[in-house]
Design a binder for this molecule. Structure first.
Ligand SMILES: [Zn+2]
Length: 311
């Protein structure tokens, strides 16, 4: 991957605008190995707010080319009925988790929900079943067929295409916020679309978990943690009302404030320590735990088979 020359010679945090940063490891596209520098490309962690971001930032055409190439290489097999049902079932599980997480905090009588990057549309469908006026938006034209099958209301396009007159009580984005090119602009846009005391739910993969091998990659436009996401939300006039980690993901629910609070408190050092310790935490504890879990599962399966044979 070649990187276009940036007009900026130094890195600037896309969230708080600060210049000071630490270098953090990322996955090199060619070798697949985690490293700190590659042909002028690097990942920075803001010392002010703890946001991780690449420098130079990939341009939209570069990202589009990346996605097109990966779609062609990785998605050559047609989606069979079995694959579709499997994906839908997995999406339903996350839709239900999101619903259960959000429901106790809903105050408004109207129920208007927009799911950004809605994928197959399972979350839109589930909220619709629960009486919400739900709709989705997704950039992938291939998703249209699945939306039609579920009978949900969804548009193909970017969030910028959503009619600015539309108002919502809840906006959600699941497992996609790290592909947004302007995180601050995006959160600001969500705030504009929400009614007073509207809710914004974000589901993130817990990429720095000890049980996960993930690191920032070329396709990521930034890399939030629960801490740095909270900073961004507070900066844009939200208050985080609930947060939890479950099944390898982090769920954060924020309420729109009528008056923006004071300047947020960042925890950059805590985020930095999570990044620099991640590799060895995974190798030392994560990998053995995963290995052990698989062995136990296999042994239990074999035991079950044996008991079946004896009956
Ligand atoms: Zn920052």
């Amino acid at each position: 991957m070649t990187h276009s020359a940036s007009s900026e010679s130094t890195s600037i945090c896309p969230v708080c605008g600060d210049h000071a940063s630490w270098l953090i490891p990322f996955v090199d596209e060619k070798s697949g190995e985690a490293q700190k520098r590659s042909s002028g490309y690097r990942w920075c962690l803001c010392r002010q707010c703890g946001t991780a971001y690449p420098f130079p930032a990939p341009s939209l055409p570069e990202l589009q080319a990346y996605w097109d190439r990966n779609r062609v290489e990785g998605d050559s097999a047609p989606v069979t009925e079995e694959v579709w049902q499997g994906r839908l079932q997995a999406s339903r599980v996350w839709a239900q988790r999101t619903y259960d997480f959000v429901a106790p905090h809903v105050r408004s009588n109207t129920r208007r929900f927009l799911d950004v990057a809605c994928g197959l549309g399972a979350t839109v469908a589930l909220f619709g079943e629960k009486g919400w006026e739900a709709e989705g938006i997704d950039a992938d034209p291939n998703a249209r067929e699945f939306h039609q099958r579920l009978g949900i209301r969804a548009i193909i396009g970017q969030i910028e295409n959503v009619d600015t007159a539309n108002r919502y009580d809840l906006v959600g984005i699941a497992h996609a916020i790290y592909f947004i090119t302007d995180p601050r602009g995006f959160v600001c846009r969500v705030r504009d679309m929400l009614d007073e005391e509207g809710l914004f739910v974000v589901v993130l993969s817990d990429l720095l978990s000890t049980l996960c091998a993930g690191s920032p990659q070329y396709a990521h436009t930034w890399y939030p943690t629960a801490d740095s996401l909270t900073y961004l939300l507070e900066l844009e006039g939200f208050e985080v009302v609930a947060s939890k980690t479950t099944h390898g993901s982090i769920l954060v629910l924020a309420r729109k404030l009528s008056v923006a609070g004071g300047p947020p408190q960042g925890h950059p050092l805590r985020v930095y320590l999570s990044f620099v310790s991640h590799g060895w935490r995974y190798r030392l504890f994560g990998q053995p735990t995963i290995w052990f879990g698989r062995r136990v599962k296999r042994l239990l399966g074999a035991g079950r088979q044996l008991l079946k044979g004896l009956r």
